[in-house]
Design a protein around this ligand. Structure first.
Ligand SMILES: [Zn+2]
Length: 467
C-alpha cells in the first residue's frame, strides 16, 4: 500500500503554488461581453484566466480542451468513469473601499488578498495542485479526473450550459466553490410573480395610492414606501408611529396635500434566509391590512398577508418539510402597487430536496385564479441532492476527517451553489468552518494555510475517488 503524505507534498510545492495563484489572481477576469468575440464570449480578461489554467494543465501533462471560451477542462487518468471537479475563474467586480489592490494578490499576515481569492481562484488552484501532485507522483488511476473551468459562474451560468451541451457529464464530482465540509442538499428555487390589473371600481374611505418595496426576488427588502389618501390621515399617521414603535422599526411619515407617505425600514438578508431579515414591505402591509381598503387594494394587501407569517408558506398552503433539508421558505422580494398600474408581487420560494415544484405551482395557481391575480413562473431551478450513502460522500467524509481531525458533516442549504450544475455533485470547500465569509466583499482574502490545507484535502480526495 502506498502511503502518501499529502501535506508534505503540498508543502514541497508551496512557493510555486503561491506564485501560480498570484498569477491567476492578478488577471482582472470580469465579465466584459461588449468586448466579447467568438472563442472569448465573456471578454479578453476572462479568456486570459481560462488560458492561464489550460496552460498550467498542459505543462503538467494533462489533456486540455477549450470549449469555445465558455469553459474548458484539464484531464488526467484513464478509464470508463469520469470524476468532475467544477471550478470557475470569473470574478465579480471589486467594488469600493479596498485597502489592497483588488488585483494585486498581496500576501499580508498569512492571507492573500484579491478579488477571487476565496471565490473561486484560490480553491481552483488548490484543486489544480491536487491533480498536479497525483500526476507528478505517477499514481495509477482507474478513472478519469477532469477539472472543468467555467467562465460565467458569477453571472448567468452560460458556461456550464454551453459546456454540458457539448461535453460529457461526469458520473459524479464536486465543486470547490462554497464551504467545507460537504454541502449535499440544496433546496429547489422557485420564482413566481403575481400580477393584478388596475381596474379598481370600489373607492373606499381611504385609498392606497401606491406601495413600493423591494427590487430583487432573492433579497429581503429593507425599505417600503406607501402613499395613502382619504379621510383621517392624521389619525392613521399617529397609529402607524405607534405600530412602528411596538415593532421596534425605524420609520418616517410625511403628511401633505391630502396624501400620507409612510416609509418603513427593515433589514436586508438573502432570499434563502428570510427569517434573518426584517421584510419592510410585509411589515408595512401588516399595518395597513387593519384599515378599510377595498377592491384591488384589499386584494393586494391580502396576498401580502397570506405570504407573511413564519416564512413557511403555511398561509399560502404550500408549507413542506423534510429531514434532508428542512422547511420550505418564502421570501416576498418585490411588492408594487399603484392605483393606475395595478399590483405586482414577486416571491422567491425555496423548497425541500425531496419535494417537487408541481404541487406548489398547482396551489398557487388556484389561489391566484380565485382572487383574479395572474400568475407567472419566472424560474424553477430543481433541488440538488446527493444521498449520504453515496460512495463519493463516504470518501469525502473519510478524507476530510483524516486531513483535519474534524467530522465531515453534511450541510443542507437554501442557496444554490455551482455544484447543482453537475448531475451528481456536492459542494466541497474551500471555506473552512468558522472562517469569515468574504466572497464578493471588499478585501476578499484566503488564508495561505487554508489554501495549502484545501490542496491536501483535494489531492487525497481525488486520489481515493479515482485510484
Ligand atoms: Zn464562486
Amino acid at each position: 500500500m502506498t502511503i502518501i503524505h499529502w501535506k508534505e507534498e503540498i508543502e514541497k510545492r508551496k512557493e510555486q503554488l503561491l506564485e501560480d495563484t498570484k498569477g491567476l489572481l492578478t488577471i482582472p477576469s470580469l465579465l466584459d461581453e461588449s468586448n466579447g468575440k467568438e472563442g472569448a464570449p465573456f471578454g479578453p480578461e476572462i479568456e486570459k484566466a481560462l488560458s492561464y489554467m489550460l496552460t498550467l494543465g498542459e505543462k503538467s501533462g494533462m489533456t486540455i480542451k477549450n470549449v469555445d471560451g465558455y469553459a474548458g477542462h484539464l484531464e488526467m487518468g484513464s478509464g470508463e468513469e469520469l470524476i468532475g471537479i467544477l471550478c470557475h475563474v470569473d470574478v465579480v467586480p471589486p467594488g469600493e473601499g479596498w485597502s489592497f489592490d483588488p488585483f494585486g494578490a498581496e500576501i499580508k499576515d498569512g492571507k492573500i488578498y484579491a478579488r477571487g481569492a476565496i471565490d473561486d481562484k484560490g480553491p481552483t488552484m488548490a484543486a489544480f495542485y491536487a491533480m498536479k501532485i497525483i500526476q507528478e507522483l505517477k499514481l495509477p488511476l482507474s478513472k478519469r479526473v477532469r477539472m472543468i473551468i467555467g467562465c460565467d459562474e458569477e453571472s448567468n451560468w452560460q458556461c456550464v450550459r454551453h459546456y454540458f451541451n457539448k461535453e460529457e457529464m461526469p458520473d459524479y464530482g464536486f465543486a470547490p466553490d462554497a464551504d467545507f465540509p460537504i454541502i449535499n442538499a440544496e433546496k429547489g428555487i422557485f420564482d413566481v410573480q403575481f400580477t393584478l390589473d388596475s381596474n379598481n371600481h370600489d373607492i373606499g374611505e381611504i385609498q392606497l395610492v401606491s406601495f413600493q418595496s423591494g427590487q430583487r426576488l432573492n433579497m429581503v427588502p429593507d425599505r417600503a414606501i406607501a402613499k395613502i389618501s382619504g379621510r383621517s390621515l392624521a389619525e392613521l399617521e399617529k397609529e402607524f408611529k405607534l405600530f412602528a414603535k411596538t415593532k421596534n422599526m425605524d420609520c418616517r411619515t410625511i403628511l401633505e396635500e391630502e396624501v400620507l407617505t409612510i416609509q418603513a425600514e427593515g433589514k436586508s438578508a438573502h432570499g434563502s434566509t428570510p427569517e434573518i431579515g426584517i421584510n419592510a414591505g410585509l411589515m408595512l402591509a401588516e399595518f395597513l391590512k387593519g384599515f378599510s381598503f377595498t377592491g384591488q387594494e384589499k386584494k393586494f394587501l391580502t396576498l401580502l398577508d397570506q405570504a407573511s407569517g413564519e416564512f413557511s408558506g403555511k398561509k399560502l398552503g404550500i408549507a413542506a418539510e423534510d429531514k434532508e433539508s428542512g422547511s420550505l421558505t418564502v421570501n416576498v422580494g418585490v411588492m408594487n402597487y399603484s392605483c393606475q398600474g395595478g399590483g405586482k408581487v414577486g416571491m422567491n420560494i425555496r423548497y425541500p430536496v425531496t419535494h417537487n415544484s408541481e404541487q406548489i405551482e398547482a396551489v398557487l395557481t388556484k389561489k391566484a385564479e380565485s382572487d383574479t391575480w395572474k400568475i407567472k413562473i419566472i424560474e424553477n431551478n430543481p433541488p440538488n441532492f446527493v444521498d449520504e450513502n453515496h460512495p463519493m460522500i463516504k470518501t469525502l467524509q473519510k478524507v476530510y476527517k483524516e486531513q483535519t481531525g474534524e467530522e465531515g458533516e453534511l450541510i443542507a442549504i437554501g442557496g444554490g451553489t455551482y455544484a447543482r450544475s453537475l448531475t451528481t455533485g456536492v459542494a466541497f470547500g474551500a471555506l473552512f468552518p468558522g472562517r469569515e465569509d468574504v466572497a464578493h466583499q471588499k478585501d476578499e482574502y484566503m488564508h495561505v494555510d487554508d489554501l495549502l490545507q484545501a490542496a491536501a484535502i483535494y489531492a487525497q480526495a481525488i486520489y481515493e475517488l479515482a485510484k
